[in-house]
Design a binder for this molecule. Structure first.
Ligand SMILES: NC(=O)c1ccc[n+]([C@@H]2O[C@H](COP(=O)([O-])OP(=O)(O)OC[C@H]3O[C@@H](n4cnc5c(N)ncnc54)[C@H](OP(=O)(O)O)[C@@H]3O)[C@@H](O)[C@H]2O)c1
Length: 313
């Protein structure tokens, strides 16, 4: 099969488009003809060695967690799916498992979902990791109705969905992005847009009930002066400090830290489907799989708007 795969740990030069052996489904697996996959920052973190202990040894292998496609066959004990079913979901590409930037992917049946009626394969591949991260993180921030939610990195994969989900939950949303993405943030429903090149949103003065850091790199210590008295700082990149504060926060009260980590239970997918039905949109740019190198260059160069999706003809 054709795939965009890594041959080692390193920069873009270790990624190649070419042929790999056909994968075989094991117990509890489904084999999917991939129609689309999407790029997440974890792809190049696994490739570059930033998360080396999770990359695994089974190289060469394609990366790519989010997938959509059509079930080709099922392995023993994989119930609930039949050949021809339109599906989507997440494969954990860590610890040696091959990912979805390929013509075929093996996914666990329990992590595979029927593609809702009316959804395109591009939507199905773009949504899971980014949307389920935004959803899980915002849910932990409590009732958002009437609250002021600042979304930092509001036009990236996680951020553009967090912006819309916070709006759908009744928040007043302040979107923080670069000037070139201000119009996009506005079109997604932001009540106010701030350019991170001009405004320091961590400076004391204005305060936010929720600081949702989709960019992930601000940190609680910097964000704290701009949080309301019982404000919440949520981050998609929790380090040891955030983990400790999140664990201790409940004990001491006051300003809290929330870990915005993806959660992918069946009820999360059901809530995501309701949000999409309610008007939340995923912004997608597509590249054919054979041009994945260009797509990765765009993502790694920090030029992303919404999600970048690779399509298999
Ligand atoms: N914990 C989890 O489960 C989980 C899940 C998914 C992602 N993540 C992590 O979350 C982070 C974001 O993921 P993503 O998929 O949303 O990435 P992305 O699509 O690359 O988006 C990153 C966003 O950050 C913005 N940005 C860049 N510099 C900024 C700055 N100085 N201040 C504010 N915003 C800035 C960019 O905006 P401009 O383009 O306007 O510059 C862009 O919209 C990554 O580190 C990823 O690994 C964690």
């Amino acid at each position: 099969m054709k795939a965009f795969y890594i041959t080692g740990i390193g920069g873009p030069e270790v990624m190649t488009y070419g042929d790999l052996p056909e994968p075989k489904p094991g117990r509890g697996d489904v084999l999917v003809d991939v129609k689309a996959s999407s790029i997440n920052p974890v792809d190049w973190k696994l490739r570059s060695g930033m998360m080396r202990f999770l990359t695994g040894r089974g190289l060469p292998k394609p990366l790519g967690a989010d997938f959509s496609g059509v079930v080709r066959t099922t392995g023993p004990g994989a119930s609930g799916f039949a050949p021809g079913d339109r599906v989507f979901g997440v494969v954990l590409t860590m610890l040696g498992k091959p990912g979805a930037h390929a013509e075929r992917v093996v996914a666990r049946a329990k992590d595979t979902h029927k593609l809702p009626d009316g959804w395109t394969f591009e939507q199905g591949a773009a949504l899971p990791v980014a949307a389920l991260t935004a959803l899980a993180g915002l849910r932990k921030c409590g009732d958002l109705a009437g609250k002021t939610v600042l979304v930092n990195g509001a036009t990236g994969g996680v951020g553009h969905l967090a912006l819309q989900i916070a709006k759908a939950k009744g928040a007043r949303v302040i979107a923080v992005c670069s000037a070139r993405n201000a119009a996009l943030a506005q079109s997604l429903g932001a009540d106010e847009v701030l350019d991170y090149g001009k405004v320091d949103v961590t400076a004391p003065g204005r305060t936010w009930d929720v600081f949702f850091d989709a960019f992930g790199q601000v940190g609680f210590s910097r964000a704290a002066p701009a949080l309301a008295a019982n404000g919440v700082y949520a981050t998609t990149l929790p380090g040891p400090d955030a983990m400790l504060r999140s664990a201790l926060g409940g004990i001491f009260g006051g300003k809290q830290v929330v870990l915005a980590n993806m959660r992918d239970k069946r009820e999360d997918y059901a809530e995501l489907e309701r949000l999409i039905q309610g008007g939340v949109k995923v912004v997608v740019e597509t590249f054919p799989l054979e041009r994945a190198a260009e797509a990765f260059a765009e993502c790694e160069g920090g030029k992303v708007r919404g999600k970048v999706v690779l399509t298999v003809p």
